[in-house]
Design a protein around this ligand. Structure first.
Ligand code: AMP
Length: 363
């Protein structure tokens, strides 16, 4: 399984969005090449490498050709179909993180079961495949609760909050009558995330937790350090390492937590894991010597991880839709702007971000 790449080797990346683009930029800085595979002709990642395949993720012949042209494959999104992952490994090419990480993170039920097995707190949950199961689950878990599709939910899509008995009657149809889970509503007062990496020798490096604020279900800002105690921050990093080790994972992973106030102090509940570089880790570009993108490339390339130490405090702000226009004009001396180069501005579309850095440990 050891897979140490040399200068000039090529990493294949499934997915051509901004995350693929930023991974490719990091790889090229380290003297590695990238080959991006994406079904969308206009993918922002295509601008940063000459090697690309434009084909559907179901095109097994194109996937095999792609796998044969690269030295290992990674991905920028968790919904890589199982057969796509299988086509890569069947062609004899290593896939990092492994297909197991995809299987677990693609299905909220499998994910919640896995996290509980590791002994880590998640919201109470139950499988819901039909209306009867929803009624039983609502009885068991109580209201309020959140009904979520097992697959393909992101940014709040495919989920509804149930507050009343009437909601229990309509919610299953409201999410399209698909396999789902019901989760107890978590009365959190903050959301935080830990970006963590593991290399092929098993070393782990965790970045400091970011406190995340969402607007219209989309991440708006990540602030580091978050407004949490040092102990809670360390506890979040420990949980993230337990998960990454239990998954035997290689690469960068995002772990999202709810912080729940409790009489004995704040408590952590894991919401989900993302088997990829993560939007709430973009601050690492400006506040760490080795950012999450380089860290991921190092891990999949079979290199040692770099330091995840933070040299500054930071606030990352996503530029959504036409905010990119104003963001690009900033002349603030502490601000680093990143533009994903997307051809078309659309409402709700992530177009870029700004990292603002501050002296560490400011009062
Ligand atoms: P998710 O798609 O699971 O990341 O959920 C999107 C957002 O919905 C989260 O960032 C939370 O703000 C909210 N949310 C999800 N699950 C719960 C829950 N069980 N209790 C309260 N809020 C939740």
């Amino acid at each position: 399984m050891k897979n140490k790449l040399s200068t000039g080797a090529t990493i294949g990346i499934l997915g051509g969005g901004q995350l693929g683009r930023m991974m490719a930029l990091a790889a090229h800085r380290l003297g590695l090449n990238t080959h991006i595979y994406c079904q969308d002709q206009n993918s922002p990642a295509f601008a940063v490498t000459p090697h690309k395949t434009v084909a559907p993720y179901e095109d097994l012949a194109a996937l095999t050709r792609f796998a044969e042209q690269v030295d290992c494959v990674t991905y920028e999104f968790e919904n890589v179909p199982a057969q796509t992952a299988a086509a890569i490994t069947e062609a004899g090419t290593n896939l990092f993180p492994s297909a197991k990480a995809l299987e677990i993170s693609q299905d909220r039920l499998v994910e919640k079961r896995f996290i509980s097995t590791v002994g880590i707190n998640v919201a109470p949950f139950a499988k819901v495949d039909n209306q009867l199961e929803l009624e039983a689950a609502a009885q068991k878990i109580g209201l309020p609760a959140v009904l979520k599709t097992r697959r393909f939910g992101y940014d709040g899509k495919g989920q509804v909050i149930l507050k009343t008995a009437d909601d229990v009657k309509t919610a299953f149809n409201a999410i399209g009558a698909q396999p789902a889970i019901l989760e107890g509503f978590v009365p959190f007062d903050k959301e935080i995330s830990v970006i963590i990496a593991r290399d092929q020798a098993g070393h782990v490096a965790a970045y400091d937790p970011a406190e995340n604020v969402h607007e219209n279900h989309i991440l708006k800002t990540s602030t580091v350090p978050g407004n949490i105690s040092a102990e809670l921050g360390e506890a979040a990093k420990t949980i993230a390492s337990q998960l990454i080790i239990a998954l035997d994972y290689i690469g960068v992973m995002g772990v999202e937590f709810f912080v729940v106030p409790d009489a004995d102090g704040d408590k952590l509940i894991v919401n989900e894991i993302a088997p990829r570089v993560h939007n709430s880790g973009h601050w690492t570009e400006a506040a760490c010597v080795v950012d999450q993108f380089e860290q991921h490339i190092r891990a999949v390339a079979g290199w040692d991880l770099g330091s995840a130490e933070r040299h500054n405090d930071a606030v990352m702000e996503n530029l959504i839709g036409d905010e990119i226009v104003e963001g690009m004009a900033t002349t603030e001396s502490n601000a680093q702007v990143h533009n994903y180069g997307k051809a078309e501005i659309r409402p709700g579309r992530k177009m870029g971000h700004i990292n603002r850095i501050f002296p560490k440990n400011r009062p």
